[in-house]
Write a protein that binds this ligand. Structure first.
Ligand code: HEC
Length: 137
């Protein structure tokens, strides 16, 4: 039997392409571990899955690129309901730095996280913990 000599090369080319549509964050990285600790500030108000019972805030399942104020049945504030953007990493970073600056009048009672690296770690963790493509950390 003859094995196609191009097969290993093909696999090498295809593997990174397949990976690109998978989890965008390394779930075992240090920032994700730090982000998990930082998430304790959010856990009382936000579930990470859609199945958990509702809390004070909306669940964050599949948060990355989700339109703002999109959880069915959650009573959002008028300003967040009218925000008209999706939760990219940049928007999350701005919201978590100063919720009232990005969405004045939002009912999220949270002052914000000042340190840039802390917000990035928290976002890394949330992406891993809420993206269907990522294994839970
Ligand atoms: C005291 C409760 C509370 C805490 C603590 C809290 N949130 Fe919220 N969060 C809310 C509420 C309520 C809303 C809805 C705000 C609105 O409608 O203006 C919200 C909205 C959000 C949204 C927008 C969701 C959507 O569907 O558009 C994100 C993202 C978010 N919070 C992330 C976080 C993160 C991350 C933390 C921790 C750093 C956190 N929140 C801490 C209550 C809280």
């Amino acid at each position: 039997m003859r094995i196609c000599p191009w097969l290993p090369l093909l696999l090498l080319l295809v593997a990174p392409l397949a990976a690109a549509s998978e989890c965008p964050v390394d779930a075992t990285s240090m920032p994700v571990k730090r982000g998990k600790l930082l998430y304790f500030q959010c856990i009382a108000c936000h579930a990470l899955t859609a199945e958990e019972p509702a809390k004070v805030g909306p669940h964050l399942h599949a948060l990355l690129d989700r339109p703002a104020a999109a959880v069915e049945g959650f009573a959002y504030s008028a300003p967040l309901a009218a925000a008209g953007f999706a939760w990219t990493r940049d928007k999350l970073d701005a919201f978590l730095r100063a919720p009232q600056e990005l969405v004045p009048g939002s009912t999220m009672a949270f002052a914000g996280i000042a340190r840039d690296s802390d917000r990035q770690a928290l976002i890394d963790y949330m992406v891993v913990a809420t993206s269907p493509a990522c294994a839970a950390p």
